[in-house]
Design a protein around this ligand. Structure first.
Ligand code: 5GP
Length: 194
């Protein structure tokens, strides 16, 4: 998605050699026009796959899942990283290792918001080692729902996440794929190489 790539080049910066900081338009401040464009692009890529629900993970996946959900006209469910006092004890849970924080945490989704046989589209902001998406796939499997696809805003193509998820037979669509951070420069993978 060209407008996303241009924005990453304009406003993204590389931290510690392997983290892309995009907090001025994705992870902290959010650009609504770009977010809606991203949601539309996910819709265009997955519109023929019978999606009934979108599943994401708090916090940064929510805005993009919501924009996609608007175009699909389906509900959006996000996995919680903390069990709130008002959350039903009937939950599906999975353990996730955080790449950016280097900690393990448990994600939870209330059983009442996932049903067997539903076709889910999983959406997240980044795909690196695939742990967050694998946690969501685990929860989808526990609910006996189908993962019809995974939509990612920014994939770090030099980390194994997308290979791992594709090896499960799941379609992954990433709107911007980074091939490398070369000498502190962001290099994108060309679409035809995939
Ligand atoms: P994974 O579970 O695929 O290893 O990592 C995905 C999660 O880690 C994303 O939800 C995102 O929050 C975070 N993440 C991984 N790499 C980056 C990065 O380079 N920049 C930012 N901002 N977040 C990242």
């Amino acid at each position: 998605m060209e407008s996303l790539k241009q924005r990453i080049l304009k406003d993204g910066c590389i931290v510690d050699g392997n983290i892309l900081k995009v907090d001025s338009f994705i992870n902290h401040q959010i650009d609504p026009q770009l977010a809606f464009e991203i949601g539309k692009e996910f819709y265009n890529r997955f519109k023929n796959t019978g999606i009934n629900k979108i599943l994401t993970i708090e916090t940064s996946g929510i805005a993009f899942a919501l924009c996609a959900g608007y175009h699909f006209n389906v509900p959006v469910v996000f996995a919680k990283k903390c069990m709130g006092a008002n959350m039903s004890p009937e939950v599906y849970q999975s353990k996730v290792h955080s790449y950016t924080k280097q900690i393990d945490y448990t994600i939870s989704v209330s059983k009442k918001f996932l049903s067997s046989g539903e076709n889910l589209l999983i959406i997240d902001d980044f795909l690196a080692n695939g742990q967050a998406v694998l946690g969501l796939i685990d929860i989808a499997n526990q609910a006996k729902s189908n993962v019809s696809g995974v939509g990612i805003v920014i994939e770090k193509g030099f980390q194994p996440g997308s290979k791992i998820i594709r090896s499960l037979g799941i379609r992954v669509e990433s709107l911007a794929v980074i091939e490398s951070f070369n000498n502190n420069k962001i290099i994108f993978k060309e679409a035809f190489e995939r």
